[in-house]
Design a binder for this molecule. Sequence first.
Ligand code: MG
Length: 385
Amino acid sequence: MKKIVVMGSTGSIGTQTLDIAKKHPDEINVVALTASTSVDLIEKQAREFAPFLVAMYDKKAAADLSARLSDTDIKVVSGMEGLIEAASFDCDIVVTAMVGMIGIRPTVAAIEAGHDIALANKETLVCAGHIIMPLIKKHGVSLYPVDSEHSAIFQSLNGEHHDDIEKIILTASGGPFRMRSKEELSSMTAKEALCHPNWNMGNKITIDSATLVNKGLEVMEACHLFDVALDDIEVVVHPQSIIHSAVMYKDGGIMAQMGCPDMRLPIQYALFGPRRPYLDTKRLSLADLGTMTFERPDPDKFEGFALAYEAARRSGNMPTVFNAANERAVALFLEHKINFTDIPRLIKAAMDNASFIASPSVDDIIATGKSAEEYVEQYLMNGMR
Ligand code: MG
C-alpha cells in the first residue's frame, strides 16, 4: 500500500490524481488532502477517501470545512502551517499539485520529512530549483515529474545514461494563437485564450500556454530536473500534441513518448512507474493520425517565451520575478483588466525593475515574488509607463 498526500486536490491535476487513486484502492491510500478555498469539493473528497488530515490554506474555508466534517475523525488544519503539516504527514509520496509559489515551502518540508515527490507545481523548480535539487540529493528522496513533457522526458531517459544525452526536445502545442499574427494577438480575449486546442487544464496554465510562458517555465524546470544546460533544450512546436517530448542521444537516436493527450498517464507514471498498469485512456492510431507536424516557436511573436529565456539566463531571482509578474498579469487578464499582449509587457517591466539576487533563499524568493506582483499592480495603476 502506497500512502499518498495530494496537495491541491481540488484542482485539475489533484482531481485526476484522485481518479487514479480510485482505480487502485488496493495500492493507494490517500492519507492527506490540501486545497486553498474549495470547501464543497474537498468535503466531498474527504468523505470519499477518508484521509487522516485535510489542510485548507484559507483560514475561513478551514473553519467552514471543520464544522462540516465534525461528524468524522478527519483533522482539519489551516494556513501555511497546515500545508506544511500535510506535506510532512507520514506517507510515501507527496503529489504537489497546488498552483503558485505557495508550493515551495510545503515541498521543502516534504523532502525534509524524507518523502518522495510527484511534482506538478512548476514554481517549485523554476524559482527554487537551486535549493530543491541539492535537498533532494541530501535526503535521498526521488522526484517524479507529473507535467506531461517532463514525464515524457523522464520516460525517455529510462534505462539510458545521462552522459549520453545530446539534447532534450521539449514539445509545445503552440496554444490557440499559433496561427494568429503578432498584430492580432492584442485583441485576443480571455475566452479565446481559454480554448486550448488539445489539453483540458486549469485556467492559469491555459493562458500560460497561449502566451508560451508555460513553455518558458517548462524549459527552466527541465534544466533543474534533468541537470542540463539551457542550450541543450530545443523547444519544438508540435500542434497535434502526440509526442509529449523526447531525448536525443549522442548516437543520433531519439527516444520519445507518445500518446493521446491525457494527464492521467503522467500522473499514474509518477505514482507507479516504471510499472504501467492498465489505464482507460484513448488509444492512439498512427494510421488514423496520418501526419504529425513540427515547427520552430516564434519568440518575436510570443514575447513571454523570449522573456523566459532572458530570466533563465540571468538566473538568481529573475525566474521568480518572471513567474510572479506573470502570475499577477494572468490574473489581471482573466479579470479583463489588461489585454493579452500586456502580459509580457508587465513581465518585462517587473524584470527591468527588480533588484538582482544571485543565490536567493526561500525567504528571498517569497519576498521577490511579492514585490514583483506589487510592481505589476503599481505599473498598471501608473498607466503602464
Ligand atoms: Mg506541460
